[in-house]
Design a protein around this ligand. Sequence first.
Ligand code: FAD
Length: 467
Amino acid sequence: MSTYDVAIIGSGPGGYVAAIRCAQLGMKTAIIEKYNVLGGTCLNVGCIPSKALLDSSHHYEEAIKHFEDHGIEIPGDIKVNFKKMVERKASVVEQTTKGIEFLMNKNKIDVFTGMGAFKDATHIEITGGEKNETIEAKNTIIATGSKPSTLPFIKLDKDRIITSTEALSLKEIPKHLIVIGGGVIGLELGQVYRRLGAEVSVVEYMDRIIPTMDSAQSKELMKAMKKQGVKFHLSHKVSAVSKKGKEITVTATDKKDKEVTFKGDYCLVSVGRKPYTDGLKAENAGVKITERGMIDVNDQLQTNIKNIYAIGDVVRGAMLAHKASEEGVLVAEIIAGQKPHINYNLIPGVVYTWPEVASVGKTEAQLKEAKVEYKSGQFPMRALGRSRASGDIDGFVKILSDKKTDEVLGVHMVGARVADVIAEAVVAMEYRASAEDIARMSHAHPTYAEAVKEAALAATDNRALHI
Ligand code: FAD
């Protein structure tokens, strides 16, 4: 039987990054993945394929709606070859997952294909792959991720009543896609199909979309997506979803308690994700799982069993790839005897619609609830030369800073490329910058990042220059 310093169960952005860091730190490392491709949700049915389809559909929308504004004329009709678009997405995924295989080899990490299940706290049985075997691990990191969740009364047929996984590999463009849930995944995929010509109706239980983000972002994104033709039904509680042939009926009650029905040919259920521990046999190792199915961990991401850790979507906190990866590095370094740290307040959140939405730190609602006195400075993208040049004028940057000390407490953005621009805010906040600090730094002209400087100027004595 092979013995390892560390065994990692699950090869998503939590697991594979943890494996690389463990190997870098000189530990004999094994990674176990039940599928025969590495990369987990993020690379196979999450971040990467969704961004590939978002990018392809964005190019199409630009070509049919905006090329003319730029003086580009294409003779004849511009058509979507949806099959090719989905094939391209598959090839992007393949290149990326192959890259993880290369990294495992490079770092001399042993990869086991099969389902990993605890026999006890130091032995893991691997089944369902080429051969069944048991390995011994001094330490184990559980990185088994999450799966889409649904509502108790919805029967997902994975054909027309689908989750994000199926929505990334449809055979045709829906005529009318009903999206249940106005969160990140529903909006990103809803926008893909709207751009490709589908009618898209978003049915959301709360009174705003992306409800965990700053409310100004919810409003701005909804305004932009409405302009693109997406229909929103907020404060609607879905009570039934049924299918007759190719027709899907979604029944909901609105805020006046009136029953409303939506008819379409596909229904995307995007109501969140749940931690995944099926088949792990955590009980054999004595690992505690919470009522909500999460693995219970302390601040060091250690479970109730000393040599077993858990990271990523299977533990508390934001279900994001970069959060999982930070946790992977942290646990590897803890096992190696180091004292690493993660600032959970500074994990950025992004929605990759167009305009993009990005946030870090506290929202206005959170500051109000915590009774923190703050100042706010906001700058509209339409006042930027860069935005006018590209034609991407929707959105804003908002900076919230402490009323007394001016320390930046939260930065919230909507606009072109803000998924990248948010990194500036993360760096500034990590170094505990004041709004004045940002306001005094030179930002290249013309860039979208200039909106950050202008918002910082607005937050300090209302002195934005270009508005
Ligand atoms: P996962 O990536 O879920 O990986 C877990 C792995 O463990 C899987 O491969 C699974 O097969 C394996 N596994 C489970 N149990 C066992 C077992 N017993 N034995 C062996 N293997 C096992 N996040 C972002 O930050 N940015 C985005 O743009 C983004 N877009 C997304 C879009 C979509 C459509 C979806 C669904 C998610 C998106 N996410 C995004 C979320 C992101 O994918 C997750 O937060 C991330 O994948 C979590 O990583 P993880 O390592 O914890 O788990």
